[in-house]
Design a protein around this ligand. Sequence first.
Ligand code: SF4
Length: 526
Amino acid sequence: MDYKQLKKYQYSELISLRKFLFLPSSSLYKTLKSLHKNAFESNERIIFYYTGPIPYDLLAHLQRVVWHVDISNYFIAICNIHPETKDQIEQVRIKYSKDSNPFELIELEIKDQTLYQTDNPPLLNPPDTMCMYPWNNMELKPNGTIRPCCVYTSPITDVSAIPVNLNDPGVFSMEKIYFSADLKKLRQQFRQGEKPAGCKKCWQEEEQGIRSDRQLYNWIRRDQLHNIDYETEDIYNLNSLDLKLGNLCNLSCRICNSTLSSSWAVETLDQVPDPVEKKQHHAYISLRQGEWPKKQLDFWSEFQKILSHLRYMQFAGGEPLMLPHHFSVLEKAVDLGYARQITLRYNTNGTQYPESVLDKWKKFEMVNLDSRVDDIGKRFEYQRNGSSWQQVLENCKKFNLQRRLNFKTQISTSVSILNVYYLPEICAWINSENFDSWWLNLLNSPKEFSITNMTPSAKKLVLEKLIAYDFGQYQNQVDVFLSIIQNSSTVDGKDFVNAIKPIDLIRNQNFSLDHSDIAHAMGYVL
Ligand code: SF4
């Protein structure tokens, strides 16, 4: 049909907007992604049509996806004659884009005569509380349990409500986990716009103004955000794994524990002389459980099956750059030709520089190396027991020399009572090096070290120093922590001292030596 109102435009087809009410929710994203161009001619348009009032969620979805795939509203036109459409276009523009142009409205009625049908209507304009993790991801913990992400409070359970564990004998099936009652319920809660209780860390952080894991993952994997059919239960959505392939680690950091670090487990067991008691100790169990990647052969055959779908793998541990199975995973992805479509993200303790892996990383779509550096110099060595600051410094410099389009370096700092007073010194070090980014996160556990549990004098000491320092480009991040400290009640410091002292005695260390100001303010004396 030749419509005279459309004569001035260049367009390839007229797209029925109504059909997206009957297609999987990712369809609109896929359509617009395929039409995306870096530059459009000024008279070029992507033209949709709809007869009658356009459902709000459909229009909002369109605006969200258009903004998301980075097409200016200027190049989107909608043929519609309903009197409310103009206002609605403006409403969704304000809510879901920063574009100053609204979609163009063409006063033209084009009827879509097609009879569409679906048994499973798409979830358009998903709730703002939506999280991609339960659709996309599984976290495999060093102790063999499985969660949708690394901050969800409880492990996924089987039909008898017992946590699934990769250490258990019996057939392991990724599909069984994906379709477990726990994960199905969680996905349903997100569809309904609820805030699941197991996600409380995310909701708390968002209330505090901290970017939660949910928001971070939705951002990091934003190319997937509208590419998921949220209304379905399809295992092919599973394209991301958080692999903690054991707890082997050379450090016993103060903020860590035996489940995540073999060094912690060994140190803890050294304090248990009785052999029977030793074997029942949780540290001993953690060491055994950390060996699941060696024992669980079913997992590896399942992994091979989903490898062609994977787009994202996170590695933590233990120390991922020491874990033998991590290297085998990379090798497999490279050998089978899937590396180019996979992004890798690491949480490393900074002590390792495995030369052998550098060439492999070049074969992946992107590698983000996130080194956990909570402090500098002697304080780093105290907080991250077993480390050498000089070694970490050299590794950071070497990794920074490798930076390129598909290799980024980040420093992450878990802000706790141990290091909050020294943020200015850490910031000065960050500024003197060449990292892509610095990320501050709030340490919640062990809670004795949380900055929400400071004595009145520690609070005063920290606030005075941090407020006086100019954190430059990181100021916004630090401001959130300042506000948390300002709004927290105070404690007497005994829990902090009781958490620090026994470990100081075992390790022949003294917190107050290199942290004298904050130690004094928290009432710590050895
Ligand atoms: S909302 Fe938070 S805790 Fe819940 S699944 Fe998403 S990232 Fe995990």
